[in-house]
Design a protein around this ligand. Structure first.
Ligand code: HEC
Length: 101
């Protein structure tokens, strides 16, 4: 009986601990995965599309802004970038910048 209570208390602590985490540590990677269809797994392009792995974070965010504003001509990216918040884009840019090309 006593053991059961201990286990219940441990489970309670574990779940409240994970609930206290501010953000999902995998969020950047998971968001970046939505670019993989066209830019390759982990941003390593297999064909003609641009490789995003190792793309400098600041530069990527600039390019995204150019797409968003229409300054950079695009067939699809100008529409696509509108689906992400600036914070999500920062996470994505940070993730790709950290990938080896
Ligand atoms: C549906 C396919 C598709 C997806 C998904 C996609 N892209 Fe693109 N991306 C393109 C195409 C095509 C271009 C070339 C510009 C154009 O025609 O829109 C491009 C160009 C770019 C460029 C410019 C590269 C350069 O140096 O010229 C960047 C940066 C970029 N994409 C980032 C992203 C990011 C970040 C994501 C995920 C949020 C993403 N893309 C998702 C198709 C895609």
């Amino acid at each position: 009986m006593k053991i059961r209570w201990t286990i219940a208390a441990m489970i309670g602590t574990a779940s409240s601990m994970s609930g206290a985490q501010p953000a999902d540590p995998d969020l950047g990677r998971n968001l970046a995965a939505t670019c993989a269809n066209c830019h390759g797994t982990d941003g390593r392009a297999r064909d003609a599309s641009a490789t995003l792995a190792g793309y400098p974070e600041k530069r990527l965010l600039e390019v995204i802004e150019e797409f968003r504003s229409g300054r950079r001509k695009a067939t699809i990216m100008h529409q696509l970038v509108k689906g992400y918040t600036p914070e999500q884009m920062r996470l994505i840019a940070g993730y790709f910048a950290a990938q080896k090309n």
